[in-house]
Design a protein around this ligand. Structure first.
Ligand code: AMP
Length: 396
């Protein structure tokens, strides 16, 4: 793996793809700086070497051309503070504006380019656009794991213009090292805990994980497709009818592969999808009509807890229930706490995917698990066994 530690950046201009797609409030203040914080060590290494850092990212989902609410200029003050350097801003990411600013850069300086997605060429993976970005620098660094599963101009195509000068930043190195270790070198028993709304987005992951794990814990809305597949009554719970056969097949495959699948035995059920719904506990396969399962029940929590405590490696993706509503958050919080307890006793735990990261942060447990992966979609595709274009572009 070619990383930024392999190069002294002294006197070199490096164009760095970072993931600064952070949430902003209506005053354009950053409400969660995790992604910016993650990129700081990479930027510091380059400027401390005497290099010049040209930062490029996307922010939000601009539809057609520039929109002030998605301008990266909003991030420059916070970034300057974090780096202890006055970060300059280029109001365009290609053309005369950045070219002039780049030509004036001195050692140790940082320039932030405007939102790449103000050009449709970014997502289209346009070669000319990538070449224009590339023309600004001597070296390309990719540190945006969160977009590594996309073959965009700045994440993959641009690397082709730096055949001998392309490197992974520290965020990439960390993510790839942790996820690779989990997939190739996990201590057993290895338990994967999957939750969230739908089975549909997780089928490939489940299939790949069946070759690796000893236990597969299923929670969240996706459990009901499995319970239905086993002949249970799930009332008005979330269901993906077209995946019932797939769920049956997964249950069969798990048996053949000697993987224990743990499906909830009880559920907290509600008479409407609301925090103030009437709620009670029911067997997960006897949910009355008019009621829906929105969290795992106490018996299930205990069952999961035993398996978690015995595991040496844990991968967690997806909440156990509708944890955004306090009335149905108990299962998710419980599982998060049990993972933290196991970690304290030496278990390796990796938490990834948007909602489980939100949950682990909500319960202040982020530093009580071994690793929190910031790249939701990229992490899932990597676990599915797919090659990530952003990774391949640097390695190739
Ligand atoms: P995903 O994006 O597939 O990981 O799904 C995350 C979402 O699943 C969260 O917003 C949860 O509120 C939701 N979720 C979890 N459990 C349930 C459930 N039992 N019924 C409906 N939605 C759920």
């Amino acid at each position: 793996m070619k990383t930024i530690d392999d190069l002294n950046f002294n006197g070199l201009k490096a164009i760095i793809r970072v993931d600064f797609n952070v949430p902003l409030n209506d005053k354009f203040e950053i409400t969660d700086p995790t992604r910016i914080d993650a990129a700081i060590p990479t930027i510091k290494k380059i400027i401390n070497d005497g290099g010049m850092a040209i930062l490029m990212s996307h922010l939000g989902r601009p539809k057609q051309g520039p929109e002030d609410k998605f301008s990266l200029r909003h991030l420059a003050p916070a970034l300057s503070e974090k780096l202890g350097v006055n970060v300059k801003f280029a109001s365009d990411c290609i053309g005369d504006v950045p070219r002039k600013l780049v030509s004036e850069m001195k050692k140790g300086e940082v320039l932030l380019l405007e939102n790449l997605r103000f050009y449709n060429d970014e997502k289209a993976g346009n070669f000319e656009f990538a070449e224009k970005l590339a023309s600004l620098a001597d070296v390309y660094v990719n540190d945006a794991f969160g977009t590594a599963h996309r073959a965009h101009a700045s994440t993959a195509i641009i690397a082709g213009y730096f055949p001998d000068a392309k490197y992974f930043g520290y965020v990439m190195v960390n993510e790839l090292t942790h996820i690779n270790a989990l997939l190739s070198d996990a201590k057993k028993p290895f338990t994967a805990i999957l939750g969230g709304a739908k089975v549909s987005g997780k089928i490939e992951i489940i299939k790949n994980l069946l070759n690796k794990v000893d236990n597969l814990i299923i929670g969240g809305g996706m459990m009901f497709t499995f319970i239905k597949a086993m002949g249970g009554n799930i009332g008005n719970s979330l269901i993906e009818e077209d995946l019932i056969d797939t769920a049956k097949q997964i249950l069969k495959d798990a048996k053949i592969k000697n993987v224990e699948i743990l499906i909830p035995v009880d559920a907290v059920i509600a008479d409407k999808f609301s925090n103030d719904a009437n709620k009670k506990v029911s067997a997960s396969n006897e949910i009355p009509d008019g009621w829906m399962g929105l969290d795992i029940g106490a018996k299930t929590r205990e069952m999961f807890s035993e398996v978690i405590a015995k595991s040496k490696t844990i991968l967690w993706n997806g909440p156990m229930g509708v944890f955004e509503m306090p009335a149905f958050a108990e299962g998710t919080q419980f599982v998060a706490e049990k993972i933290a307890e196991a970690t304290e006793k030496g278990t390796y735990s990796l938490v990834g995917g948007g909602d489980s990261v939100a949950a682990i942060n909500k319960y202040n447990l982020a530093d009580k698990v071994t690793y929190v992966s910031t790249g939701g979609g990229a992490m899932l595709e990597f676990i599915e066994g797919k090659a990530l274009p952003g990774v391949r572009a640097i390695e190739g």
